[in-house]
Write a protein that binds this ligand. Structure first.
Ligand code: UDX
Length: 440
């Protein structure tokens, strides 16, 4: 099939994986330089395995990249993958979705053939039917369900394992306005192993599945963080508690890690959008509001722990290991380390930071108030306190000989035996021995 993907962000660029199934994929964006880089096989984001996919697609002649909207005329399927950023009140800004729906419609006005417009951007229930379809219809003069099809096909990709997740989905959700639209999308995914369940539904339900998924995972994390905060006061260890809980088949082991809280481009934005949508509908989203409140307070808990461990932070050298919101990505959006660093700076600490991939994105965010280091060794040298904020393997396997300061581990990744051998104080949120016999 001929596919056009509008928006080469995390979601859009990962659709280049469809070339592995023989589909022709054209990435369409407004930035000429970015389009040229993609055409050369250079990924606009850091994502393991993605450049290999891009280059293989280019070699087979299946992957192209352009800024020329006329490619829509020839497409069978057009994916909308543009951003849906949060507004100040938590609701989502659909301006990019509207703009590209209009551009799609304008191209469709001048072309024939049945096409399916597929929304992949995360948007609230009703967006496909109430925003995308009317905009395309108006600009094209054509009728959805007759002249063209429309689907909502949410993605569940985790940054850092986007290629793997795309090729091995837990489920493929196909929300369509009619069975003809659903069939086109189902054919598009026919190369995927049949063991991956397909869920055929309407577009509103498909849109809500995405929010339900992310809100549930965020709720699990906040639940564990609240439990961790209680654990600490009762000398119970949250890691052992979560391991035991996860063995219960009704609960399962994933997304039960307590620590600095969740960040990234999805969880905070999506939970806030669902809260805003609930309020608009007159439903009180009490649980979701608490999920956000708990998450917002976790970075402050890290800073509290820092103060309890080394006292007043004024002029103390605090080394931050990890800036990305999680490992295997350079993404800093809503990263917990940003909130921790801002709080440390307010308390007049001298902050140094290192991240294997996110340094470029972090520069400029802190008005030169943070010293960015070339290596983790340089970052921790002569520190008064080391704080681990991202679960990079590089930190997990770190040689501790260069550290002579207490470590607060927001992700609980360092081997406690190794820390004990060096005689260092080692603490984190929800740990049993934080303040029992510890040596500040
Ligand atoms: C998430 C969803 O997993 C994915 O399905 C959706 O498409 C996009 O949002 P992503 O944001 O890439 O993916 O990262 P994820 O691995 O889910 O982690 C999100 C945040 O939660 C990270 O900051 C991570 O550190 C944190 N987290 C995760 C925890 O604090 N505890 C956990 O147990 C798991």
């Amino acid at each position: 099939m001929k596919i056009v993907v509008i928006g080469a962000g995390y979601v859009g660029i990962t659709l280049s994986c469809l070339t592995e199934f023989g589909h022709e994929v054209t990435m369409l964006g407004r930035d000429k330089e970015k389009a040229a880089r993609i055409a050369r096989g250079v990924s606009p984001i850091y994502e393991p395995g993605l450049e290999e996919v891009l280059r293989a697609g280019i070699k087979k002649g299946l992957l192209k990249s352009t800024t020329d909207y006329s490619v829509v005329k020839d497409a069978d399927v057009i994916f909308i993958c543009v951003g849906t950023p949060s507004r100040d009140d938590g609701s989502i800004d659909l301006s990019q979705v509207e703009t590209c729906s209009k551009s799609i419609g304008e191209q469709m006005r001048e072309s024939g053939g049945y096409k399916v417009v597929v929304v992949k951007s995360t948007c609230l229930p009703g967006t496909t039917t109430d925003v995308v379809i009317p905009t395309v219809e108006k600009a094209s003069g054509k009728k959805a369900g007759e002249d063209f099809g429309a689907c909502m096909n949410p993605e569940f990709l985790r940054e850092g394992s986007g290629v793997y997740d795309f090729m091995n989905p837990d489920k493929i959700v196909i929300g369509g306005i009619d069975s003809a639209s659903q069939k086109v999308l189902s054919d598009l995914y026919s190369g995927f192993d049949q063991k991956f369940p397909r869920i055929f539904t309407d577009t509103n339900t498909a849109e809500m599945i995405k929010y339900g998924n992310n809100a549930m995972l965020a709720t699990r994390i906040s639940f564990m963080n609240e439990l961790a905060n209680i654990c600490e006061h009762y000398h119970a260890d949250v890691k052992e508690v979560s391991r035991a809980m996860g063995i219960d088949s009704r609960i399962g082991p994933k997304f039960l890690n307590a620590g600095a809280g969740f960040g990234g481009s999805c969880f905070p934005k999506d939970v806030k959008a669902l809260i805003s949508a609930a309020k608009k509908a007159g439903v009180k989203p009490s649980l979701l509001e608490e999920v956000m409140k708990i998450n917002d307070s976790q970075p402050e808990r890290m800073v509290d722990l820092a103060e309890k461990t080394i006292g007043d932070l004024t002029d103390k050298k605090v080394s931050i290991l990890g800036l990305a919101f999680k490992s295997d990505t350079d993404d800093m959006r809503d990263s917990r380390s940003t909130v921790v660093i801002q709080s440390l700076l307010r308390k007049h600490a001298k902050v140094r930071a290192y991240d294997p991939k996110a340094m470029e994105n972090a520069r400029g965010m802190f008005d030169n108030m943070v010293t960015f280091c070339a290596s983790k060794e340089e970052c921790v040298k002569d520190a008064d306190l080391v704080m681990v904020m991202t679960e990079w393997d590089e930190f997990k396997n770190m040689e501790l000989s260069s550290i002579n300061a207490p470590i607060i581990d927001g992700r609980r990744i360092i081997d406690p035996e190794k820390v004990a051998q060096r005689g260092l104080v080692y603490r984190g949120i929800g740990w049993k021995d934080n303040f029992r016999g510890g040596r500040p």
